[in-house]
Design a protein. Structure first.
Ligand SMILES: [Zn+2]
Ligand SMILES: [Zn+2]
Length: 279
């Protein structure tokens, strides 16, 4: 299968490479397409998000690269947009302002009782545990439930084209606070899958935790993917690259897994829309 990379970060957010360096490497690797999805600006800037005053330059730079390299590769402009109810700007606002090719919706910050402090579950272990203790009264089930409810609300209200690393909330758990076989956890996955099915959102299979050795599985995991297959929910694959060397890391493994589960195709973006490409 010809590879592509639709979820990539640049120096406009926490990426380590410039957009042009990424395009050049993508061409060297023979990719059919590269899409940029730097972290969208947040009302209160995080270390990893783009500042609002750089958004225009980001869009202009990627549009410029689209023209410059159009005979060699398809270049797309997107954002990985965070959703925090009552806090973040709407996806439509970003979309109409920046004329994005597609949107990736993700939750990195979970809202609890505070309007100003959120659970940064994928950060350091200290942050992860602090969030459960302080923001969710030491109740991991409450914290994880809030995460999935935020994902569900994002899909229903913001309608992203792609839902980013949908079960990433498990990243720092490492079997310590809950089991992914717990009934309440599986019920949250099932509810999320049902909402995705009804919304037509594409599920990305994100390899970043796997190749960074932070997770022994992809986001999402096998159970989730099997349910997607059963329900004919479309999937795509992404490396969530933050560096030129990461553009297609883990793709061989993830394709193998998808074939084992029974998938015959993945979604690719071309000519303004998502299409199936045989695996
Ligand atoms: Zn992300
Ligand atoms: Zn990302």
């Amino acid at each position: 299968m010809n590879y592509f990379s639709y979820h990539t970060h640049t120096q406009y957010c926490d990426g380590k490479s410039t957009a042009e360096e990424l395009v050049v490497r993508a061409i060297e690797l023979g990719l059919t397409a590269i899409g940029f999805s730097s972290h969208a600006p947040l009302p209160k800037k995080e270390a990893w998000s783009m500042s609002l005053d750089r958004l225009e330059d980001y869009i202009a730079e990627v549009q410029g690269l689209k023209q410059k390299y159009k005979s060699q590769i398809q270049v797309y402009v997107s954002l990985e947009i965070d959703y925090i109810p009552g806090v973040t700007r709407s996806f439509d606002e970003f979309n109409s302002e920046s004329n994005l090719d597609y949107t990736i919706g993700s939750v990195h910050l979970v809202k609890a009782k505070s309007e100003s402090e959120f659970w940064l579950f994928a950060g350091s272990d200290t942050n992860y545990i602090h969030g459960i203790e302080v923001l969710f009264d030491g109740d991991v089930k409450k914290a994880v439930t809030a995460y999935y409810h935020q994902i569900i609300e994002m899909i229903e209200s913001q309608k992203p084209d792609v839902v980013g690393h949908v079960d990433k909330v498990k990243i720092n758990n490492k079997g310590r606070f809950f089991s992914e076989d717990d009934k309440w956890y599986v019920a949250l996955l099932d509810k999320t899958i049902e909402v995705i099915k009804n919304s037509g959102t594409i599920v990305e299979v994100n390899t970043r935790g796997f190749y960074k050795n932070k997770s022994d599985s992809f986001f999402p995991d096998v159970y989730f993917l099997k349910e997607c297959k059963k329900k004919a929910i479309p999937v795509t694959i992404s490396s969530d690259a933050h560096h030129v060397d990461e553009l297609v890391l883990g793709f061989d493994s993830v394709c193998k897994l998808l074939k084992t589960i029974g998938f015959e195709s993945v979604c690719v973006f071309a000519d303004g829309g998502w299409h199936d490409q045989p695996l």
